[in-house]
Design a protein around this ligand. Structure first.
Ligand SMILES: C[S@@+](CC[C@H](N)C(=O)[O-])C[C@H]1O[C@@H](n2cnc3c(N)ncnc32)[C@H](O)[C@@H]1O
Length: 213
């Protein structure tokens, strides 16, 4: 069977689903595999002492419940689920959520990861009980990784580039019972000041806003 190269296509490869954009938009390809490649290595090497889990508060206490309001391909969400957090990951682009669902359904941490399609601005206030931690990773322009660049282009094509980070952050601060964690590029301004503390990672940093009294 031949593929219509002018439409969006979901292609089943041997070990994963692949999303292929129309040729007129550059035939971008996006896929997620937990069996091989960067994500497999990241999951295998994940430690509570890494920057993201430390920002979430994982190294000090029992794994918290986490609401990832900007799931994308849920790589961060999967690391947290793999390290024991119960994670609700929300993505507004349905096909990205589908790629995550397909990749994660047979993972060892599948029972700790719920993938929801929708706008986190609507779903977060309805979370019951409220999550202990809300995690935000708004898209940023300066990311140099080729895969994240492709992902951003696909997201823009499918969902538009609407920047709702400020709005999400305001809601997150009201709902999170322990903290809000925002991933930023190392050179990017914080979403808000004052921050409770900052954890530096490679090329990125995590701004932490404690919400518990
Ligand atoms: C930079 S990506 C997140 C990457 C993710 N942290 C990972 O590890 O793969 C940001 C994602 O947030 C999603 N997004 C932005 N605003 C949203 C909202 N209000 N509700 C749900 N998803 C949203 C975008 O569609 C995009 O896929």
């Amino acid at each position: 069977m031949t593929r219509d190269e002018e439409t969006w296509q979901l292609v089943r490869a041997v070990d994963r689903m692949e999303l292929v954009a129309p040729r007129s938009t550059g035939a971008l390809r996006l896929s997620l595999s937990l069996r091989q490649g960067a994500m497999a290595r990241r999951l295998a090497g994940a430690r509570p002492s890494d920057a993201l889990p430390r920002a979430i508060g994982l190294h000090r206490r029992a794994p918290p419940t986490v609401f990832d309001a900007t799931a994308g391909l849920a790589r961060d969400a999967m690391v947290l689920a793999r390290l024991g957090c119960q994670v609700t990951a929300v993505e507004r682009v349905p096909v990205l959520a589908f790629l995550v669902h397909e990749a994660a359904r047979s993972a060892s941490f599948a029972a700790r990861l719920s993938v929801l399609v929708g706008d986190a601005r609507d779903l977060l206030p309805k979370a019951a009980p409220p999550p202990q931690v809300v995690y935000l990773d708004p898209m940023f322009e300066h990311d140099s990784s080729a895969q994240v660049k492709q992902e951003m282009q696909v997201c823009r094509l499918l969902a538009g580039g609407a920047d709702d980070a400020g709005e999400l952050f305001a809601i997150a601060r009201q709902i999170a019972s322990q903290r809000v964690v925002v991933k930023r590029h190392a050179r990017q301004d914080p979403l808000a000041e004052p921050r409770s503390f900052v954890i530096d990672g490679e090329r990125v940093r995590f701004d932490v806003y404690l919400t518990a009294p």
